[in-house]
Every structure is written in C-alpha cells, then in structure tokens.
Design a binder for this molecule. Structure first.
Ligand code: BG6
Ligand code: MG
Length: 215
C-alpha cells in the first residue's frame, strides 16, 4: 500500500461554509437582472469557477450578454461576495477541521489547499489557519477548472509528492471527479448519494481519524 504523504483540501464546503455567501451574492445579481435564483439552482454552482457559475446563472435566467458585460457582472458579484465575507473569522471554520489539520501536522503529513476560489488565501487568513498549509493552490494558479485535475496535480507538485501519495477532501461532484482524474484517493464531504464516485464519504472532517485515512 502506498503511504500517505499529503492531504489536499478543497476550501468552500470542506473547511468553511461559504456557499451561503456565494448564494446571496449570485441571488442579488439575478434579482438585479430581473429573475429569481433559488438555493436549488445554487447547488449547480458548487465547485464551479466564477465565470462558469455566471454562465450557468445567465442560462437559468435566459439572459444573453457579451463578454465585456460578463466581466462586469462577475466583478460585481465578487464585490458583493467579498463584502459578505469581510466579517468571517475562526468561528466559521467547520467542525473538526482544526483538530484534523493539527493531527496531520503531528504525524508529518503535508497539507495543501486545492480550491477554485480566487478569494481562498484571503479566507484562510481571515479564519486564522493559513499557517497550517504547506502549499496553497487556488483559482489564481489554475488555467483549467475542476473536473480537470490541474488544481490537485499542482498541489502534489508543490508538496513534492506523487499523486498516488495524496488524499483529497472534496464536497463537490466536479472536485471528486478532478481528484479521481489526478489519480488520488478522494474522501467526499457530504452525502453518499451525491458523492458516490468518492472512495469514502464522511459528513464532515469531524468524522476523520488517522485510522480511517490509513484504510
Ligand atoms: C469554489 C466554490 O470553491 O470557488 C464556487 O465552490 C465558486 O462556488 C468558486 O464559484 C470560485 O470562487 P471565487 O471566490 O473565485 O469567486
Ligand atoms: Mg467545495
């Protein structure tokens, strides 16, 4: 069995629950464009890059605009999103996260972030755990969005480990697919029904133990 040398974590939905803030900002944009955007619609945006999310939202509203307007709409949404996350602090860290990261550190397992978000580093700083990461790969480093494996392969490279020596933690279907394409073992965070492609599924990082990892 290949020894585990590194763990790569998605951010949104794994370490923090930012989906609610993304939702409020996208909903505001949809409303401004004259249509509604439900929480169910928002599920389709989890793990999806900012521009791809905008394209889905516009498709839902049946709105067609050129690329220049799209850039402006994405900028606006991000401004609102950043406003909403301004007050984030360590209380927003999802249960079990800090304990699990500490356990990994104590056992010499390297830690990387593998997120599609361009706001990832700022969020890690706000919640006070940025120092626990040996590498941070986020939306500013990648050219191809999940389900492309780029984000996770860059994480393995930054940590100087082989893909087969990494475990990925992901809440989004596209992220689970990205990890599988990268040749990594993947633990889904959420429901087995949605994340059935993952090698293992837990409700949250609070359910993770070293024994479970070793298996
Ligand atoms: C992902 C989120 O982590 O990051 C998506 O799940 C989001 O909902 C994407 O669209 C991009 O985030 P940002 O912060 O760069 O707009
Ligand atoms: Mg996620």
């Amino acid at each position: 069995m290949t020894p585990i040398k590194a763990c790569i974590f998605d951010l949104d939905g794994v370490i923090v629950d930012t989906a609610k803030f993304h939702y409020l900002a996208w909903k505001r944009l949809a409303n401004e464009l004259g249509f509604d955007f439900t929480e169910e619609d928002n599920e389709r945006l989890k793990g999806v890059s900012r521009m791809d999310s905008l394209n889905i939202l516009l498709e839902i509203g049946g709105v067609e605009v050129d690329d220049k307007v799209k850039d402006e709409l994405a900028r606006k949404k991000n401004e609102w999103y950043v406003e909403l996350i301004t007050h984030m602090d360590e209380k927003e860290i999802l249960p079990g996260t800090t304990e699990f990261l500490t356990l990994l550190k104590e056992n010499g397992i390297k830690i990387s972030l593998g997120s599609a978000s361009k706001n990832a580093k700022m969020i890690l700083e706000k919640i006070g755990i940025v120092h626990m990461f040996d590498a941070i790969i986020d939306g500013t480093d990648i050219t191809k969005a999940k389900p492309d494996p780029e984000v996770f392969l860059l994480g393995a490279k930054a940590l100087n480990v082989e893909p087969g020596e990494c475990i990925v933690f992901e809440d989004a279907v596209s992220g689970v697919e990205a990890a599988i394409s990268a040749g990594m073992y993947v633990v889904g965070i959420g429901s087995k029904e949605t994340l059935y492609k993952a090698n293992d599924v837990v409700k949250s990082l609070a359910d993770m133990t070293l024994d479970r990892l070793a298996k």
